[in-house]
Ligand binder design. Sequence first.
Ligand SMILES: [Fe+2]
Ligand SMILES: [Fe+2]
Length: 405
Amino acid sequence: MATFTVQQNLELLGKYRYTEIQCMEIMGSWAYTMVDPEIKIGFGRGMFQDSVHADLIGKRIPELKGRSERYHSIPPSDEYVRLLEKIWMTQDELYRMVALYRVLKPALVVAYRRHLDHLELPADEPTAYILRHIADEEQDHIDWGEKIINRLAGESNRTEATASWRRELERELQTAGGAWGEGHKPGTHSFAKTHPHSKLPTRDIRWDIMQNPSEFTEKNWSFDNQEGKQHLLHDLLNSEFITVERMGRILSDCPDIPWQMKMDMARQAWDEARHAEIVQRRLEELGGHVGMFPTSCFGWEQDVNRKDPLERLALSNMTFESESCKHLRDWIAKAKKTGDTRSQQLVEFLLADEVNHVLYGIHWIDELTKDDPERRKRVLGYPEQVLADQHPVGVYFKETVNAEK
Ligand SMILES: [Fe+2]
Ligand SMILES: [Fe+2]
């Protein structure tokens, strides 16, 4: 069997990287409109792992003398790009999952495995090493997706519709030349993943999301008693989901941000997805459940609809998450004092991650505005502007912040 030359390798690696990044952006774009919480959590994890796959491939490309930008992301064919666009525009949750986990990712794994069969070894062992790792992880994603698809298809009695949607996409993928774009010239078509103005993220029916800020009443819940813990963890759970969703929106809304910033945003999406799992488990251990209290999504509308991603980071990472670090420290102290070592240990992990999220905000705002004082001023002034609005949560927030000063 003929083995791949350096040049053949390069042309394919750029195509894999393109698809990995597209998968990450598509999940990012979809997360806030998906109803199923398990999918949101899986997407948080998936965005990060796909960013790592793209990163590993992106490091191998220049090693193979592909230093020019054009090698780093190669759309396999125009038909392939149009198929991705069609998938991205799909609204139905089950059809989205089928497209991603029964068509697109399996095609990618087939391409990786075929590639591995054609490697010149040991000359190209570094490529073998990363592709094997990526293919295995993608297979795990497919297995996870398969479980969700079976559940959703069973619940809605749509096994047949699901199968015919899959066949339709597979035909189109084949016409597009698959993940390699076989028989086609690299694509020149591209599409932007735009979003309409968003008032609230989607939640499943268990949640009681306040539609009107006036419904909000702040109580001084404290982490030293059962009821206080339930309230605080329940609110935090919603915030964790929000943060998976808003990181996804930065990844899909802002494809031109620096690569390392995308890696940080994807990492944060994964952190928040794990936090949601941890917080929900602890809430349930303490006798609570999702939807036991009304919940506010204050800050969502003011975050994801901003064009400048740095304004979003100034508001949510530098302001809300830094405020949240203070709360978490208080919870840790109270959990310790009352002998709740389980909560203490978990919240210590949450806090460790949250500190990094605040630092992502500080770092990227500093880095990207160092030669643009006007943008910096606008970005750093944005949280004040939001909190100055007479939103009850905003007013409460300002009072607590000022009281602590
Ligand atoms: Fe978090
Ligand atoms: Fe966070």
